[in-house]
Unconditional design. Structure first.
Length: 116
């Protein structure tokens, strides 16, 4: 019995300690939540990004993601839970949405402190 406990101890310690920081987790979630990352349409820091330009019925059009780094959490949460044209439905948990918002707020703090 002592040997079994000794063998299980490393797994218990691994499971109870965090192996990545909240910023690492939120960054990986932002870059690939469910197959396509937020950064592809909203930019590396949520500043918004032009994705494509095209011509439709002879008229030049563009498609891009809006800035999401300057909205409050309620608006951010609602935007991720309603269907919008061009926006994939990710089926994110509330905790994942909070992590994404945390990522954007931290990126915004860093860019502000760097004078960007």
């Amino acid at each position: 019995m002592r040997y079994v406990l000794f063998l299980l101890l490393p797994f218990y310690l691994y499971a109870t300690s965090s192996f990545i920081t909240p910023m690492e987790y939120s960054s990986s979630l932002y870059k690939n939540p469910r197959g396509i990352g937020c950064n592809h349409c909203h930019g590396e820091s949520g500043e918004g990004k032009l994705v494509a330009t095209y011509i439709h019925k002879g008229e030049k059009k563009s498609f891009g993601g809006p800035a999401i780094n300057n909205i409050n959490f309620d608006k951010f949460f609602k935007a991720l839970n309603i269907r919008k044209t061009g926006m994939p439905k990710y089926f994110l948990t509330k905790r994942e949405i909070q992590a994404l918002y945390f990522y954007l707020q931290e990126k915004d703090k860093k860019s502000s402190s760097n004078g960007e």
